[in-house]
Design a protein around this ligand. Structure first.
Ligand code: C2O
Ligand code: CU
Ligand code: CU
Length: 531
């Protein structure tokens, strides 16, 4: 099936209004199934959306101004996509589709974090139980940044997110407003995702590795097969931005600020502009960089964000494609097809607004570097590939399943640690830690077994300037050890860390870490370094 490119205008997700605007604004969001037009020539697609929108509405909040959100599950009883009943798959006694919402990049208490096992279903509400919805408290005591929220239910995160459960969450602050970056209609979020469809518009998700969407809709392979095959990574055959397939955006010949999110299950994007012009990256997952970085391309693994400025002022009358040339799986898989090389199109029109007085200041923000000398612990973590009892591929962290005991990563509250990730698999994995933002120290090649005595490690390379800000997701390349440094806290309790390729996360490339109480440190103290 082929669809015409750049047939639909880029939609901008609406900003969500609080239901009650008291001291602590209170929001309500209902997850439900709806029909949505994803392309002019494709029949409507059944999707799951926060407030019935794919992607969900955008939160806009102010730093240090907390909010509360009630997340309500009105999803159907049956999953939209084939559920694999192995591992943490669907439980037969479960009354409806389970969900739990995680604020990715948020510093929140464990009970508000969307722990994979803290899921709830809509039936419990019908029974009058308090678990039919959840009210989460988000303190927003952190730098202004591009966060996002998405489903995190154990074992089916890849399916729930693929069905549409993701949206943006922007934290703003005065310091940043003063910088005079492009704003208002010149500040635009771009949520990039890949999907595949049946010709009737239905979302396609494979039940076997390499399975292509059939020309006609058909029943999924029986998901209760005794020995179902795990799909190691999903790669769709079309690119969507903000829920439209290959959209276009009319722009004026001036500067724009784009908040890029790779919201795909497994696809990496290496983004360029067909005009050959450079992009100016101003921020990463944890907010603004110290200085803008001019780059010719931007690589985004699943869950990574980039805050960029694109200046169209010399391109009046032109059409510019946002392109992708990242292989799948990354970095050594198949190059993208000509379709997948294209993401969206910018059409540079006339200037409608007054002159462009926005700026890219030479200093964007300032923050300290975490000192490796101050690290109390250096944790060696291992990314490995093995097989389960059925011979199916299994990707693991430290050779343990999600719920294997004991709990192995136990940093103390308000202490600094270096985490090393040795990648012994052939692919790059985007490793994400909940609760903390971290800095990348370096990457080095290694040969040998990280647990053996004969390990050889090459010269450490510092991260690219565009990765030198605060991060919450880091690309860990094959054959390399990637080192990050983080200050744990300010909350104690159990949080996940995992690969953000959602098929990997669901098939046990996820482990809990527990921030342990530390004498003399109170729960509410925040890390000074991150201001
Ligand atoms: Cu974006 Cu644990 O998640
Ligand atoms: Cu997260
Ligand atoms: Cu992975």
């Amino acid at each position: 099936m082929s669809l015409e490119k750049f047939a639909d205008a880029l939609p901008i997700p609406p900003v969500l209004k609080p239901k009650e605007n008291d001291d602590i604004p209170y929001y309500e969001v209902t997850m439900k199934q709806v029909q949505q037009k994803l392309h002019r020539d494709l029949p409507p697609t059944t999707v799951w959306g926060y407030n019935g929108m794919f992607p969900g509405p955008t939160f806009e909040v102010q730093r240090n101004h907390p909010i509360r959100v009630k997340w309500k599950n009105k999803l159907p009883y049956e999953h939209l996509l084939p559920v694999d009943r192995t591992l943490h798959g669907a439980q037969p006694d479960q009354p409806s589709v389970r969900t739990v919402v995680h604020l990715h990049g948020g510093r929140v208490l464990p009970e508000n974090d969307g722990y994979p096992e803290a899921w709830f279903t809509q039936n419990f509400e019908n029974r009058g139980s308090k678990f039919a919805s959840k009210v989460y408290y988000y303190p927003n005591r952190q730098r202004s940044a591009t966060l996002w929220y998405h489903d995190h239910a154990i074992g089916i995160t890849r399916l729930n997110v693929y069905a549409g459960l993701a949206g943006l969450y922007l934290i703003r602050e005065e310091e940043e407003e003063k910088l005079n970056l492009p704003r208002g209609k010149f500040e635009i979020p771009l949520v990039i995702q890949d999907r595949s469809f049946y010709p009737n518009g239905k979302l396609f998700y494979p039940t076997q590795p390499g399975q292509e969407p059939p020309p006609a809709p058909q029943q999924p392979v029986n998901p209760t097969l005794p020995n179902p095959t795990v799909v190691p990574e999903f790669f769709g055959n079309m690119n969507l931005v903000n829920g439209k397939i290959w959209p276009y955006l009319d722009v004026e010949p001036r500067k724009y600020r784009f908040r890029l999110l790779n919201g795909s299950n497994a696809r990496f994007y290496r983004i360029q502009l067909s005009s050959g012009q450079e992009l100016v990256q101003i921020g990463t997952e944890g907010g603004l960089l110290e200085k803008p970085v001019t780059v010719s391309e931007i690589t985004l693994a699943p869950a990574e964000r980039a805050d960029v400025i694109i200046d169209f002022s010399n391109y009046k009358g032109q059409r510019i494609t946002l392109t992708n040339d990242a292989a799948a799986p990354f970095p050594d898989g198949d190059p993208p097809s000509s379709d997948l090389k294209q993401i969206m199109e910018f059409r540079v029109k006339q200037r409608l607004s007054r002159s462009d007085d926005s700026q890219i200041p030479s200093t964007l923000s300032s923050f300290g570097r975490l000192d490796p000398e101050a690290a109390e612990v250096v944790r060696k973590n291992l990314l490995i590939e093995s097989a389960d009892n059925f011979g199916r591929l299994k990707l693991l962290l430290n050779n343990m399943m999600w719920d294997d005991l004991p709990l192995t990563e136990t940093p103390k509250n308000e202490t600094t640690e270096i985490w090393e990730f040795f990648n012994r698999t052939p692919d790059t994995h985007p490793i994400h830690l909940h609760l903390v933002n971290f800095q990348i120290l370096n990457r080095a090649t290694f040969t040998g077994d990280p647990n053996g005595p004969d390990l050889l490690i090459g010269a450490p390379q510092p991260p690219d300037p565009s990765e030198s800000g605060w991060k919450d997701t880091v690309r860990v390349n094959p054959g390399e050890v990637t080192r990050i440094i983080a200050r744990f806290g300010p909350f104690t309790g159990i949080y996940p860390w995992h690969c953000h390729i959602l098929e990997h996360e669901d098939h046990d490339m996820m482990r809990p870490f527990e921030v342990l109480p530390h004498q003399g440190v109170s729960q509410t103290q925040t890390s000074a370094e991150e201001s």
